[in-house]
Ligand binder design. Sequence first.
Ligand code: ADP
Ligand code: MG
Length: 248
Amino acid sequence: MNVIQADDVKKYFSHAGYGDEKVKAVDNVSLTVEDGEVVVICGPSGSGKSTFLRCINRIEDHIDHGDILFCDKSIYEIKRTELRKEIGMVFQSYNLFHHLTILDNVILGLVHVLKMNRKEAIDEAMVLLERVGVHDKAKNYPRELSGGQQQRVAICRSLAMKPKLILFDEPTSALDPEMIKEVLDVMRQLAQSGMTMIIVTHEIGFAKEVADRIIFFSDGKIIEQGTPLEIINSPKEKRTENFFRHVI
Ligand code: ADP
Ligand code: MG
């Protein structure tokens, strides 16, 4: 089954001060992601990677052309609250609630969206926090954790909702080098557990090891896609080759 099927998606933005000229942030993107697949999206800054992810979970709620199906149903026919339960998202900037403890950050969705009772929610959250190695911080506030720990909590919060798919938008880009590994390790575990994931990242070593497929974006378009070996070691397109020459 396809978890995601994007058909000829276009997403344009108005260009302030440029009259009718539009920025083609996502342009003719068609892509399917199967159940259990791990897809990595790479590409230069401004190539539409974030916009595409934001369209999938309807943070960008309008597309200019095409359709996106989630488990064979148009995402526009699914209530946004339902869609958010099914599709988790992890951002570069963790986005934890700073006035809530780590535990309360993780149980928030369980209690308010999944309507679980607090005791059950805490039990589940503690299991997940243990899985990502931050259970000893349950009673702390986000500011008392390192960036890597906060990002692991953010992944935990996403996982708590038992999503069918998790989108990651440069989850390690804001982290100091020594913390990148601990976050990638959690993501690797998640991939091995069979989670369907779409990951925007420049961590090429990680992508090589974990991705079933790498998609290379440039100027809002998919330029090339294939296995990590095909895309990184023997790209067909000049733009792909240049990109990987610079990030490796
Ligand atoms: P990436 O994540 O690959 O760096 P983005 O998806 O953020 O790229 O951006 C793709 C293009 O769309 C860029 O030219 C960016 O400036 C433009 N863009 C993104 N979001 C907006 C917005 N809200 N309004 C106007 N332009 C936008
Ligand atoms: Mg981006």
